[in-house]
Design a protein around this ligand. Structure first.
Ligand SMILES: [Fe+2]
Length: 349
């Protein structure tokens, strides 16, 4: 079985790619909407066909890529039956089995972080994808979305700790740079649920956590109840950003980028900001319709821009425009991307 662990650095989310190496059929567990281009590229490079996307639960911290991947690749969106999501292709519950190629995934209901949480276990019990039930030396929180520390304790003990000690645990997140663990390791070292901790002790630990609400909960939960296809208004009544508006790929530094051919297809329909100095742009040529706003003045100019409006940043090589795109994202602009390779790539396209 091919197995890849992928990471979204904004939400610390792990996505897993599993595939049968013979039939090339693949699934993605917990895909993130902002990483859809990365995932599609990897699937293409490895010659894999995405059959299913599996969500371990309705996430509060990121939007699932399941709806967008279905649109792009024809995959089927699978979630736990108790999530109550709309528009899914298949719901699964305790004891169900999901097949792709020769690989079988067993579904174990592991409520507690949310009611609808499921853990996916490979048929040979070598790997368990625990979502936000069990983390490395931690657990998912239980203070929102029907969370229940009692239920989580029972789920972990009855459904995960009953697996062999050498079963590898692949968690939904990690915040300390760890990647995976094993059942035996967590039984011994998990400070919340391992090392002989009782249910009462666990409940007390969880009650004392006092964590802030996840930043994206108002946006993510309603979206995830619709396969990540975002409804127009969030639960708090705020208008929502349109996601998946462009074929964005992030660089290793996190810069959102689009290709020159994407810009060519969409020019005229979107705001294009060239961040070079005016004399440099005039000397080297510019794309028809751009606004010249030198890098040092973007901060001031952007104060009057609509944060929902799509903006493409451009410079000579893509370096300055990338920095500007990141800065604008930090300022709250929701649909920003830098043109990869800048004007050098534009002239060579
Ligand atoms: Fe979660």
């Amino acid at each position: 079985m091919l197995l890849r662990q992928l990471f979204d650095h904004e939400t610390w989310t792990y996505t897993y790619l599993l595939a049968d190496e013979k039939t090339r059929e693949a699934v993605l567990i917990d895909p993130v909407i902002d990483q859809v281009e990365r995932d599609i590229k990897l699937l293409e490079e490895l010659g894999l066909k995405l059959v299913y996307t599996l969500d371990t639960h309705a996430h509060a911290d990121h939007i699932t890529g399941s709806g967008l991947l279905r649109k792009r690749l024809g995959s089927k969106a699978v979630v736990g039956a108790k999530v109550g999501a709309e528009g899914v292709d298949l719901t699964v519950d305790e004891g169900d089995r999901l097949k792709f190629g020769s690989i079988e995934l067993e579904v174990r209901a592991t409520p507690g972080h949310t009611d609808g949480c499921v853990t996916f276990v490979t048929g040979d019990h070598k790997h368990a994808f625990t979502g936000d039930a069990l983390f490395i030396r931690g657990t998912g929180r239980t203070d929102f979305q029907q969370g229940s520390a009692k239920n989580l304790y029972r789920s972990i003990h009855d459904k995960i700790f009953t697996l062999p000690d050498d079963t590898i645990i692949w968690p939904g997140h990690d915040y300390r740079g760890m990647t995976f663990t094993t059942v035996g390791e967590e039984k011994r070292h998990n400070p919340r649920v391992g090392d002989g901790k009782t249910e009462a002790e666990f409940v007390e630990i969880m009650n004392k956590l006092d964590l802030p609400a996840p930043k994206k909960i108002d946006v993510a939960v309603p979206a995830n109840l619709h396969c990540g296809i975002v409804p127009a208004i969030s639960m708090s009544g705020e208008p929502l950003p349109e996601r998946g508006w462009a074929a964005i790929e992030r660089t290793p530094e996190g810069v959102p980028e689009v290709t020159t051919s994407w810009v060519e297809e969409h020019m005229g329909a979107i705001r294009m900001v060239d961040v070079r100095e005016l004399d440099e742009a005039e000397a080297d040529g510019m794309i028809h319709g751009v606004e010249i706003i030198p890098m040092g003045t973007v901060d001031r100019a952007s104060k009057v821009w609509d944060k929902e409006e799509p903006v493409i940043t451009i410079c000579r090589s893509g370096r300055r425009s990338g920095r500007v795109a990141l800065d604008l994202e930090k300022l709250g602009f929701k649909r920003i991307a830098s043109m990869r390779g800048g004007m050098v790539a534009w002239s060579n396209r």
